[in-house]
Design a binder for this molecule. Structure first.
Ligand SMILES: NC(=O)c1ccc[n+]([C@@H]2O[C@H](COP(=O)([O-])OP(=O)(O)OC[C@H]3O[C@@H](n4cnc5c(N)ncnc54)[C@H](OP(=O)(O)O)[C@@H]3O)[C@@H](O)[C@H]2O)c1
Length: 350
């Protein structure tokens, strides 16, 4: 069992990063790690060694290809494991990495069941490693703008929130063979609706108390219901709605509506008589919208920099595995409700 390096031990040298799972998102992770001066990629591994070799060629001279995950975990040069394979291996690999004293950048979903989520959360807490779950939109410039406006009280107390993830995911996707299966993709909420659920929590700065959900078959290409809608109630009294739709004819859209007691935010548009007493129409903030599903468009540069800062400064991330546990719990509650035909489900889950 390895020991995580103390913050002072890694403050003055680049962190060694191992990418495990060499597919589409890993290519974007690798590009971001390459841009981070406080890190270097020292290992790439995957299920098939050819995939690892292909990515490793782009990762610099210090990068080795490991054939077995055990060898990655035994490699002393590795400080951070970047878990980027398909869903069903995340929890097991994350737990093994934490047990070996490695910090974690975990792709979402971090696990597929409540038991796995708990085991991963507890292993990370027990071993004291730092973690970031890749709810990468938290670093999107529109998200940063909305959070700052909310913080400044631009729309007052939140009354109602809606966030949707709509995106036709079909055979064009590199992970199509696994995402459409129940065994690996598992559910629309866990596969990518979790970005919308995480955004609800991130903007509400409150936790979900109860959900009720319905789902449908879409175009019939998935083993699970790929389109789902849920209503939610927050502890503080606000209401909300979230939905995920994959099996549809729809380019990527991530809708955000935040209704407050003194104004409203709709994506990058603001209505706030408090800020603009003479306002007669929506004011738009020019910024980068979360309007593309392409991984090259996602702000992984900022996400990896943030993880490095957390490790070097010995502090927990706002997007840690402990925080992401709550997002996953809401997704699992939505799945439970949808499976029962819409019965309300209270949180925390039993
Ligand atoms: N945060 C985001 O915005 C975002 C965006 C896209 C994807 N993701 C997430 O990232 C993960 C990967 O998605 P992707 O789009 O990159 O899928 P992908 O293109 O299918 O890549 C996954 C890769 O994992 C490898 N693999 C398969 N089984 C493995 C195992 N047991 N251990 C290690 N590697 C294994 C496969 O490579 P070989 O079989 O060739 O070795 C495959 O190429 C998923 O969890 C997905 O939800 C997140």
């Amino acid at each position: 069992m390895g020991t995580p390096r103390a913050a002072e031990d890694v403050r003055d040298r680049p962190l060694g990063v191992a990418i495990h799972g060499a597919g589409w998102v890993a290519s974007a992770h690798a590009a971001s790690w390459r841009k981070c001066p406080q890190a270097r990629i020292v290992s790439v591994s995957s299920r098939r060694v050819e995939s690892a070799r292909r990515l490793a060629e782009l990762c610099g001279p210090e990068c080795r290809v490991h054939e077995r995950f055990e060898d990655v975990l035994e490699d002393d040069r590795v400080d951070v494991v970047n878990v980027s394979g398909p869903h069903h291996v995340h929890a097991e690999q994350g737990i093994a990495a934490a047990e070996a004293g490695k910090h974690l950048l975990m792709e979402k979903p971090m696990a597929l069941t409540l038991e796995e989520c708990r085991a991963l959360r507890d292993a990370v807490a027990r071993r004291g490693v730092k973690s970031v779950v890749s709810f990468v939109l938290r670093w999107n410039p529109l998200f940063e703008t909305l959070r700052a406006l909310l913080q400044q009280g631009a729309i007052g107390r939140l009354l109602h929130l809606e966030v949707d993830y709509w995106h036709e995911i079909g055979p064009w996707y590199t992970g199509w063979e696994w995402i459409r299966t129940r065994a690996i993709g598992r559910s629309a909420m866990l596969s990518a609706g979790c970005h919308a659920v995480d955004a609800l929590r991130w903007f509400a700065r409150d936790e979900v108390a109860e959900v009720a959900a319905f789902s449908s078959r879409g175009l019939g290409r998935y083993e699970y219901d790929p389109n789902v809608v849920a209503i939610v109630k927050f502890h503080g009294g606000a209401t909300g709605k979230t939905s995920a739709a994959f099996d549809c004819e729809m380019p990527y859209a991530f809708n955000i509506d935040l209704l407050g007691a003194e104004g409203t935010l709709r994506d990058n548009r603001i209505w706030s008589r408090k800020l603009f007493p003479g306002q007669t129409g929506w004011a738009a903030v020019p910024t980068v919208l979360p309007d593309s599903g392409a991984v090259e468009h996602h702000p992984f540069d900022a996400e990896v920099r943030h993880l490095v800062e957390c490790i070097r400064e010995d502090r927990e991330s706002h997007a840690s595995i402990a925080d992401a546990f709550r997002t996953h719990e809401v997704c699992l509650a939505i799945d439970r409700s949808a499976a029962s035909g819409g019965a309300p489900v209270k949180l925390p889950l039993e």
